[in-house]
Design a protein around this ligand. Sequence first.
Ligand code: 5GP
Ligand code: MG
Length: 179
Amino acid sequence: MPSNKYSLKEIFTEKQILDRVKKIAFDISNKYFDDPPIFISILKGSFIFAADLIRATNLDSEIDFIEVASYSGTSSKGSITLKKDISINIKNRNIIIVEDIIDTGITIKFLKEKLEKLEPKSIAIVTLLMKTQVQNLDFKIDWVGFEITPEFVVGYGLDFDQKLRNLRGIYILGGNESE
Ligand code: 5GP
Ligand code: MG
């Protein structure tokens, strides 16, 4: 057990994740070979996924970061605050937004609309996880690592109150085992 303070049930191992990341990276490498993208990693949750993803591509790409807050504990607040903006000029460039997980879709919709105003050449979205039953998105997600049920998950960058991001696999966070 990676941590005995929490009740954790592994749903994806490190190997399963890295195999999937490699497949997505291969696809992205083929698609963007002629015109490498700027990856925009949504902080903080996607930083580990973004790091593995860009290292698994063979593109002369760039990376930037944007940070929003939309979550408190394990429940969504439904409102979004921008905490850190991008610093690269994305006009006429191919953009790939890198997200850790799409739950209601509110965050990704907000960011896509925000970045579209800066007139990139194209915008694609890659998310490691997607809670299937949830969103009513009016646009498609280009790459989804894994579809999952609506439980709260942690690890591989995803936190519970800023902790557990360092776990190598992805886990469903349950109640306290000692209760
Ligand atoms: P949405 O706006 O799609 O409802 O939520 C997106 C954000 O909420 C994600 O980027 C992520 O930060 C957070 N989030 C949603 N579901 C989970 C989850 O199961 N675990 C963790 N750690 N964060 C989540
Ligand atoms: Mg996130």
